[in-house]
Design a protein around this ligand. Structure first.
Ligand SMILES: Cc1cc2nc3c(=O)[nH]c(=O)nc-3n(C[C@H](O)[C@H](O)[C@H](O)COP(=O)(O)O)c2cc1C
Length: 191
């Protein structure tokens, strides 16, 4: 096991405040490269990514998603899009790509936040507004967006104690558990 990779995943936190420093174009391209390395159902690769670097458009996106002010503050926004004709499980495909972007952003010292509640109330209405704002064809769906910027907040990394949940780890059957794994959170003994 490469402990560096696990440590890097622990450091990834949602960042909702950014400095004014611009994220360079090549760094945004690197995040998209990471996204394209994500797995997808039958390798159908239904994802599209729409990059927005325009404060006025970002402000309108934040308003549509009822998320302010950090959508506007971000240096860039990556709208997560998919062609559902290519994959019946496009939300899963897009989620894998989104996580790659978040991990890559964190590893590059950037802050990022995944924004969107695609199964929530009024999502289709919000989607329609986003389509109209960004000239997206009617058949293309969105899962939301990722804001990217230089972090103005530096939250603590996740720890095993705060994250590992023995009650959510089953072994062999749903009722089974592995004693060696029960105390990995060192603070939350199994109940
Ligand atoms: C599908 C999904 C949708 C999310 N939507 C939002 C959102 O609309 N606004 C927001 O501020 N954070 C959003 N988040 C970020 C979560 O709030 C965040 O991941 C969670 O609080 C855990 O914090 P962490 O990312 O720092 O570990 C979303 C995360 C996921 C996976």
């Amino acid at each position: 096991m490469n402990a560096d990779v696990i440590g890097m995943l622990a450091k990834r936190r949602t960042i909702r405040r950014y400095t004014d420093e611009r994220v360079p174009e090549e760094t945004i391209a690197a995040l998209l490269e990471a996204a394209f390395y994500a797995p997808s159902y039958l390798n159908r690769r239904p994802a599209h990514f729409l990059v927005v670097e325009d404060k006025e458009v970002q402000q309108r996106l934040g308003a549509i998603l009822s998320v302010r002010p950090y959508v506007q503050q971000a240096s860039a926004v990556i709208v997560l899009l998919a062609d559902p004709e290519l994959s019946p499980v496009w939300p899963a495909d897009l989620a894998a790509a989104a996580e790659n972007i978040l991990i890559a952003a964190s590893a590059l010292g950037l802050g990022a936040a995944w924004v969107g509640n695609p199964f929530g109330a009024a999502w289709e209405m919000r989607e329609a507004e986003i389509r109209e704002l960004l000239g997206i064809p009617d058949h293309i769906r969105t899962l939301g967006l990722i804001t990217v910027g230089h972090p103005a907040d530096h939250p603590e990394p996740h720890t095993k104690a705060s994250s590992w949940d023995s009650l959510r780890v089953h072994y062999g059957s749903f009722a089974g558990f592995r004693p060696e794994w029960a105390n990995l959170n060192a603070g939350k003994p199994p109940q």
